[in-house]
Structure formats: structure tokens, C-alpha cells
Design a protein around this ligand. Structure first.
Ligand code: GMT
Length: 399
């Protein structure tokens, strides 16, 4: 059981399951775990690889790697069983109070399996599932996953979504019989802020060109080709450079598009980068024209570094980027209108400066120190409700 340290504060033992890659859900899960550990909780990451942002020794943080067994019979290594077995092991021996799984597929259903195995040993642990976006919208609603996703959500003791829009999409697409709590993604402003990187700016844009930036995993849903076409619209009017950060399946097509449009010398493919804040520090504009985006963590990172954002008016983006305040929202695929909005903002120095200031105001709403206590309070509530439920069940069994 959690140890009570104050009136409302419990020191909890929390298991976090996530994708350890550079994707938004893995970043959010890792930063959440680190912050919880800094607040005195014991955090156990259970993943198939050390999360990208989990480096060096940190007090209160433990890492358990999920290993799978190669066997000639397995065309697909059964990762789900390996993860479930690892969860059982860690919950039992580390005496975890809670499992928090990020991204429903396959984590929510695997957590349920682990919970049932543990129950057979008279060990009870509650599960919280955080929905991040494509686990509901793009992948989760595919018939090959949908029944498992719906089951995993309904069998979790707590469910959170990273935006109001994602909560609505979940309720529209699945038969959900439990309350979904909206807890937005967050940003650490001590890391993401407008630093002075003039030397870097001069190296990229020696002739005072505007710097436009985009970061993503270069999947189709991100519409990075739109980023390039928007940029093409901008360079017709003003000298500019486009920084493309990240990598992914569309990279080759994007390079070809730059060649076709004859703008290769103005576009820099920077690949995957750790210090995104340094790139944002020299950026004048951030572009995120996604087909769908449950939240848009990349947009929040840009706002925190005082970079106005041109975004598509979809999913959770309007919750993060306020239109005509810290950026502009336009219809998905309306490349011309996005380019016009970008040009008008870059040309109007006063407005650009105002949007920079507004961007920081908006980012402050998502400061990590505001959001992590919301998770903490939610954990306490879920653990309390769960232990009450099991206490009642045990008392009834005695009667
Ligand atoms: O965008 C992706 O393809 C990655 C995906 C993930 O699971 O890492 O991102 C989703 O989760 C992020 C963190 O909550 C959100 O900021 C992204 O908006 C969301 N992506 C989509 O909805 C497409």
C-alpha cells in the first residue's frame, strides 16, 4: 500500500509502460515518470528498450527491460505475453501500487492480462490507461485492433485522454462505460524556452532569411509534403530556410518533392535531434499541418520557445494553438491559406512579436508543475477507489 507522507500526499510505487521511442507518447510518459520521481515517488519503467529521454542515474527511477525469446516457430515474437509476464514479475516483487500504461495498443489489454494473472495469486493492482491519439483515431479504430482497444479501456480502473477532442473521439468511436479524465500534455519551461542562439541562427540563415521549422516522425498523417508546399509559398515572397527535424517513412518522397520544386538548397533535413529547443530557439515560425493530431506536443514545444504556429484546424490542435493569438489555424490541406497566413505574420513585425509573447502565455497553461499534480491526484483517487472496492469484496467474502 502507498505510504502516506502528508494529509493528501502519498509516496506511490508506480509502474509506467510506454513506447521507448522518440514519439510523443513515449516522451510524455518518460517526462511524467521523471517528474514523479523528483516528487518522491518510486517509478518503474517497463519497456522493451530504455526510453530515449531516460538517461543516466536518477534517484527513485528503475528500469525493467522486457525481453522476448526468439524461437523458430514464432513468425511474430509474442511481445504481449512477454510484457504481461514482466508486469506480473515487477508488480509482485516491487509491490507496485499502480500500473500506468501509455498508448492503448497493446498496453491496455496486456495490463488487463497481467492484472488477471496477479488476481489468481491474490495480488490486486489498478491500471490507468492514457490515450494518446493514434491508438484511438488511426490505428485503434481499425477492425484488427478495435475490440481489444475497447475492452482494454473499459477494463482499466482509470482512463485519461490528452485532449478534450481525443476524449470526444473515443466516446464517438467506442462503447465506453467509464469516465475519461482529460489531462493534457505538459511542457518543462526550464528546458523549452527562448534561448539566445544567434551564432546558430547565423550559420543557418547567414543572410537574415526567415527560419521555418517542422518536427515530426514523417508519417503520412503529418502531411509533411504540405509543410514543403507552404514553405514554397513563403519563399516566393521572402528569402527563408526550412528546417525539417525528424525522420520516418515519408523522408524519401519529401526529398524528391524538394528536388521537383527546386528548393533543395533552402530546405535542411536535420534528422532526429535531441536538443529540439536549440532549433526552436532560432525559428520564426513552426508549421504543423497534420491530417489529425490529438494534441500536438510539437506545437506546444514551439510555443514554449516563443515560436508562433501555423496548424491545421483538427483534433486537439485548436486547444493548444489559439487562432489569431499565438498562431493561425486553417483547414487541413489548405496549403495556400496556410502560406498566406505565414507570410502575413512574418511581414508584420509587431504582430509577430505579439504572437511570440502570446505563445509563451499559452504554453504556461501547460507547465509541467501544473499538470503533474493533476496526475498525482488522479493516481491517489484511483488507488483509493480500487482498494475500497477490494476491501468490500473481501469483507463480503468473509460474511
Ligand atoms: O504522432 C504520432 O504519430 C506519435 C504519437 C505517439 O503516440 O507518440 O503521437 C500522439 O501522441 C502525442 C502525445 O500525447 C500527441 O501530442 C500527438 O498529437 C499524437 N499524434 C496524433 O494524434 C497523430
Amino acid at each position: 500500500m502507498p505510504v502516506q507522507v502528508g494529509i493528501n500526499f502519498f509516496c506511490m510505487k508506480i509502474g509506467i509502460v510506454c513506447y521507448p521511442t522518440y514519439g510523443g507518447s513515449g516522451v510524455v510518459a518518460t517526462e511524467l515518470g521523471i517528474s514523479l520521481a523528483n516528487r518522491g515517488h518510486q517509478v518503474h519503467f517497463i519497456t522493451y528498450r530504455r526510453p530515449a529521454r531516460l538517461t543516466g542515474f536518477q534517484e527513485n527511477i528503475f528500469y525493467h527491460e522486457v525481453n522476448t525469446l526468439e524461437y523458430p516457430l514464432f513468425e511474430y515474437t509474442p511481445f504481449d505475453s512477454a510484457l504481461a509476464s514482466k508486469l506480473v514479475d515487477v508488480v509482485m516483487f516491487e509491490k507496485l501500487d499502480l500500473l500506468h500504461v501509455h498508448y492503448a495498443i497493446p498496453h491496455a489489454t496486456v495490463a488487463y492480462l497481467a492484472k488477471m494473472i496477479l488476481r489468481s495469486k491474490n495480488i490486486h493492482v489498478p491500471v490507468i490507461t492514457t490515450l494518446h491519439g493514434t491508438d484511438i483515431t488511426l490505428v485503434g479504430n481499425d477492425p484488427s485492433f478495435a475490440p481489444a482497444v475497447e475492452f482494454g479501456i473499459n477494463e482499466s480502473e482509470g482512463v485519461t485522454a490528452v485532449s478534450k477532442n481525443l476524449k470526444e473521439s473515443t466516446l464517438n468511436q467506442f462503447e465506453v462505460n467509464r469516465e475519461i479524465e482529460v489531462i493534457p500534455n505538459f511542457i518543462d519551461l526550464s528546458r523549452f524556452n527562448r534561448q539566445n542562439k544567434e551564432h546558430f541562427r547565423k550559420a543557418i540563415a547567414p543572410n537574415e532569411e526567415f527560419i521555418v521549422t517542422h518536427t515530426s516522425n514523417f508519417r503520412k498523417v503529418k502531411r509533411v509534403d504540405d509543410v514543403i508546399r507552404i514553405f514554397q509559398g513563403i519563399v516566393k515572397h521572402h528569402p527563408a530556410k526550412l528546417l525539417l527535424v525528424g525522420d520516418g517513412p515519408e523522408r524519401r518522397n519529401l526529398e524528391n518533392l524538394c528536388r521537383q520544386l527546386g528548393i533543395c538548397h533552402q530546405v535542411v533535413f536535420l534528422g532526429k535531434q535531441d536538443a529540439i529547443e536549440e532549433i526552436l530557439a532560432v525559428s520564426d515560425l513552426f508549421v504543423i499541418p497534420s491530417e489529425n493530431e490529438s494534441f500536438g506536443l510539437a506545437a506546444l514545444e514551439a510555443l514554449a520557445c516563443q515560436v508562433p504556429v501555423i496548424a491545421s484546424n483538427v483534433g486537439g490542435l485548436p486547444e493548444v494553438v489559439l487562432d489569431d493569438f499565438c498562431g493561425y489555424l486553417r483547414k487541413v490541406g489548405d496549403v495556400e491559406s496556410m502560406a498566406e497566413a505565414a507570410i502575413s505574420l512574418l511581414e508584420d513585425k509587431e504582430k509577430h512579436q505579439l504572437f511570440r509573447e502570446n505563445a509563451l502565455k499559452q504554453a504556461r497553461k501547460y507547465e509541467i508543475s501544473r499538470v503533474v499534480p493533476i496526475y498525482e491526484a488522479y493516481y491517489c483517487k484511483v488507488i483509493n477507489d480500487f482498494s475500497k472496492k477490494w476491501k468490500t469484496k473481501q469483507e463480503l467474502a468473509i460474511i
